[in-house]
Design a protein around this ligand. Sequence first.
Ligand code: PLP
Length: 432
Amino acid sequence: KKRSPALPHFGHMGEEQPSIVRGDGCTVYGDDGTEYLDFVSQLYCVNAGHGNDRILGAMREQLDRIQYVSSATHNDVRTEYADKLVNVAPETLESVFFSVSGSDANEAATQISRELQDAGTVLTRWRSYHGSTYETAGMTGDPAMRNAVERHAATTGSVKFLPPFDGCDSPFDADSPEELAARAADHLEYVIRNQGPESVAALLTEVVGGSSGAFTAPPGYFDRVRNICDEYDVLLIADEVITGFGRCGDWFACDTESLEPDMITFAKGATSAYVPLAGVLTTGEIAERVRDEQPAIGQTFAGSPVGCAAGLAALEEYDDLIENVRRLESQFGEELGALKDYDVVGDVRGRGFLWCVEFVDPETEDPVFDTRVEDGDNPVEDVVHEARDNGVLVGGGRPGFQVMVAPPLCASEEEIAEGVDVLLSAVEVVFG
Ligand code: PLP
């Protein structure tokens, strides 16, 4: 078969992938007619499923009216979308600075923070993913992504802290979720004090871990984080590029945690990924300062009218789809939980329609294959390939001892059961 001249992203993961040519709901089709259950929404982004009529109709209508309007001026659909988005966002967020991708939304949020705070440092977590541009790969906790850009040129301005993580390589040996929350928050405060609070502009964090392992924070952790940020005058930015738009059972993961961030960055699910649209939701106070001080940042394609039209229709869809996530999330967790019968499965965790299966060495309970420090064949990748060869697309986590599961939010009970079944068989083939 002729190799595609379009080079795949994210390293070797792309080379062996099928060529997907069509999609419908949770199903996609390869160029040879093979049918796949899209159990990872492509890159955690096709939240409304493939071929959603309402979103497609809105895009077509917009294309007939005006196709592009400068991001330096106003546009009716852009204003309407910003208005409606602000309505579903946490209450304190009142304005939107549009971007094109998750990476550049995170760049914009950190740049705005640095300008407004007149400070250079942004704190981010180990075990995080924030993008693949120089700035955002540098802020990313995953070493593969960060080292890909830092190998030949230094990135500056980010300092890492430890996540409140209780999986197989937890940095805190806590006996309870409460202890984990307290120790992880104390650690964060220690980092800020020793870094020099006045040098820290912002803290950027996923609220539920994304591709780094779908881990939720222990109860009380984010209350402490909010208080610490207030005490040391650090802006709190929630990266909701994966978790936004219903993925974790609420409009935003911040809602579930009752967290009021200073900014939320969003992308992926905003338009169900039908067309690029991303941005930064900000408090009124930050928006005022951006209006006054006008940081000289911007992008041609930010907030495109077609993207905003798709986004408006997607917001209407999510009203219903979030209900579907809430209805099915416990069934999802229970069915995936059957994987724990394998002693190589160390943990199954997640929230809503974002789940992770972690693989460990049963004797040591360390990662079964740690891609951060080991070269060679990773058996967890074999699980991903085995599932794909049996018609179910799942994702590889970062680090690579994890499999990620994140179907479109319209997935039915039957589709969830089918996906989990195939994943179980794949684990049996590889590790059974
Ligand atoms: N933030 C998170 C949490 C992500 O998962 C991603 C991408 O997967 C990004 C940011 C970067 O988004 P993009 O790939 O659109 O630049």
